[in-house]
Design a protein around this ligand. Structure first.
Ligand code: EPU
Length: 302
């Protein structure tokens, strides 16, 4: 979708928004899949309520993009524009055991920065791609830990109230790959409370997680991480593997040979290829195990 309305175009600079015409979302997603649309880069939080009001009142539909690492976007010219936070400087400010982190900050860089300042707890997240805001929204977790444990405060744009708000950790519920945020809430910043640990010890933990991840996940390939959530008490990856589906492909969309719950874009896969593969695997698992797998990856299809 292209923004043509002169009224909107004229208002953007004052709201702190930079317009990127015809952005290819295939360059913004770790899967390397996705069509084109106008991208609105948000440079100041205070401008967000005004921006969304302007878009809504003029019938411009929009979606909020984080790091694009857990996302499958449809092909072609997209019927909505995309908003995204620009990265701020500095991304992280420390005060004792508290880290105030911008939602647009890279998750891995944040974990490393905190580690260098003797703040641990997030070692398991070191290889998880994406932004801190995305990790927060999905309650990202790995190797027995999840980010929600450390959240003390969240600054967000509350879509229902159309304003910026600060929530305390107790006001948010964090479950397995799920939080109580509304789908159209925008994460803006988070205050984490992290346990003190010597850098060397944190580094040791980071190394162990890195090795485990390298041994079991296709890190160098284009993917969106795990495609399906694990059903209670079971592993989606193991079930898909047991059915012998590693290597199954539709076009360039392919079930990874290394981890069966990672579907990779081995070249120039389309969203249609990837969706067809997801549907096929889901159907086979359902028939063999009587389990309906739920998507872990976020789908932007409509
Ligand atoms: N397994 C297989 N074959 C496979 C993959 C896995 O037999 O192809 C077996 C493993 O041997 C193991 C079990 O299944 O016994 C579980 O596998 P793994 O330890 O790789 O963990 P997972 O449950 O598949 C979860 C998260 C990952 C996270 C890892 C490590 C979900 C959906 N996935 O994977 O998160 O990195 O644990 O903590 O919860 C993601 O969210 O995108 C993601 C990759």
């Amino acid at each position: 979708m292209r923004i043509e309305d002169p009224k909107i175009l004229a208002a953007l600079p004052e709201l702190g928004v930079e317009l990127r015409r015809g952005a290819a979302l295939s360059s913004e997603t770790s899967l390397g899949i996705g069509g084109t649309t106008d991208l609105l880069l948000i440079r100041k939080h205070a401008g967000i309520p005004g921006l969304l009001q302007l878009l809504d009142s003029n019938g411009v539909t929009h979606k909020f993009l984080g790091g694009g690492s857990n996302l499958l976007v449809r092909d072609g010219e997209l019927p909505w524009v995309v908003t995204q936070l620009a990265r701020s400087e500095p991304e992280v400010t420390l005060d004792g055991n508290f880290a105030q982190v911008d939602a647009a900050a890279d998750l891995g860089r944040t974990v490393t920065f905190c580690a260098k300042n003797d703040l641990g707890g997030m070692e398991g997240l070191i290889g998880v791609p994406g932004t801190v805001g995305g990790a927060l929204r999905m309650n990202a977790g790995a190797y027995g830990m999840q980010i929600g444990t450390y959240v003390r405060e969240v600054k967000l744009y509350r879509a229902a109230e159309r304003r910026l708000e600060i929530l305390s950790g107790e006001q948010i519920s964090f479950e397995y790959r799920h939080t109580s945020f509304a789908p159209d809430d925008m994460m803006l910043a988070v205050k984490l409370e992290l346990p003190s640990k010597p850098f060397k010890e944190i580094l040791q933990g980071i190394r162990i997680c890195n090795e485990k991840r390298r041994a079991s996940q296709p890190l160098g390939q284009k993917s969106a991480g795990c495609i399906f959530k694990n059903p209670p008490g079971a592993s989606a990856g193991r079930m898909i593997d047991e059915l012998g589906l590693k290597g199954l492909s539709v076009g360039d969309a392919r079930v990874s040979d290394r981890h069966a719950n990672f579907f990779v874009n081995a070249g120039s896969a389309s969203a249609a290829d990837m969706l067809s593969l997801i549907g096929d695997v889901r159907e086979r698992v359902s028939q063999a195990f009587g389990v309906t797998l739920e998507h872990e990856v976020v789908l932007w299809l409509a």
